[in-house]
Design a binder for this molecule. Sequence first.
Ligand code: SF4
Length: 445
Amino acid sequence: MKRYPCSGCSLLCDDIIIKSDGLFIDKVIGACLKGKERFDQVSAQNRITSPMIRKNNELINASWEEALAKTVEIIKNSSAPLLYGFSNVTCEAQRAGMDLAREINGFIDSNASICQSCEIYLWKKELYLKGEELFPQGINITTITEIINKVDLIILWGANPAETIPRLLNKVLFSRGKFRMTGREIKTLVIIDPVKTASFRVMGVRDLALIIEPDKDIELIQMLKEECCSADSIPSGGVAGIDKNDLKRLLLHLTGAENGVIILGQGVIQPHADYDFIEELLDLLQLINTRQVKGRISLLLLGGHFNMAGFDHVALSSYGVSGKLQFESKKLVKSEDTIISKINNENFDCSIIVGTDPISHLPHSLSSKLAKKPLILIDNHNSATSRLADVVLPTAITGIESSGLAYRIDQVPVELKKILNPPNNIPSDEELLNQLITKLNGGAK
Ligand code: SF4
């Protein structure tokens, strides 16, 4: 029995005990159902273990040679390739993906730009103007360990970790930390959400459940900002569907906590045409943290895929920018495009999808456009995208059949380990992407 990290979600729990003889996984101890499912993927029915190519409108098994030749042919016939996904692969594979994008003058973006657009935004928002001078804005981020050890207030805002990151609340809410020996008893949970999600079930009597009207989060932030600045009373009718007394309690928690964290979910981070939710929230946090004498409030962004945070780290360390990258003449160029605008304007002529299922996840208006052009899929299981792909290249399951680095939800790097050999000696994502670069270069990398 050995301890391994789990790549089932971005929490990357590193306390999973695995019993394995190197051929099969016999026992998984300590993982949640989602994690258990991840380890079960090794022998799942929808597992892809052989390359496939489309012939006469049908996907058929092919040899690696045939499938790679077809992939190279599609890429060579393309002048505007689109590379997308990369949140379910290691940092090494993300780097190889960026190298491939540079090699073929493509546009590369990760799931984070759709699922967690604010993460990219926050990395970028390092400076803000105050009068004539530039001041570092940044954000107060925090780590899981710090939350366990110090936090006395947890606010879930548009976030439902009970279902998306199943062990997060176990770790941060029900744990006893170094400076929180009384554990759950001293931790207050506030949930702000328009729907009563599964996470509401862990609430106790001292916690605060705030059902907010849909799309009214900005009104709540603006009111909280005003209340922090002036002595004006909270509107008697409440704000955004939340009554006055609950708003008072929320304000008291925010300003009175010794150490608080706002866990922000995808429910609130989608860009909005009329206002900038993240900018307003950062302003509020700055206001509270400047006035708070005894503590601080920090932010944790919920991302689902196990290495969603890694893409930005790799892009920043390799190219000095975060998020999407557009290459021309094998150089990085500025681009206002996003993965959405690229697909929407049909500004691409083939796509290379890595470790994701955009045909299921994107709205039909976009997925239908994606499906119209040649599509190469690199993944380890069947999906709606694999059914429409022109070439499917299988890869090893990261964290089980291949190793590498991933960034946890709190930006902490975790080394994922290999437990088993993959079936049919299928390569890792990194190996496959590097192989493609070599093939495109006629044998030289
Ligand atoms: S919470 Fe996530 S990382 Fe932890 S065991 Fe469950 S799926 Fe795996």
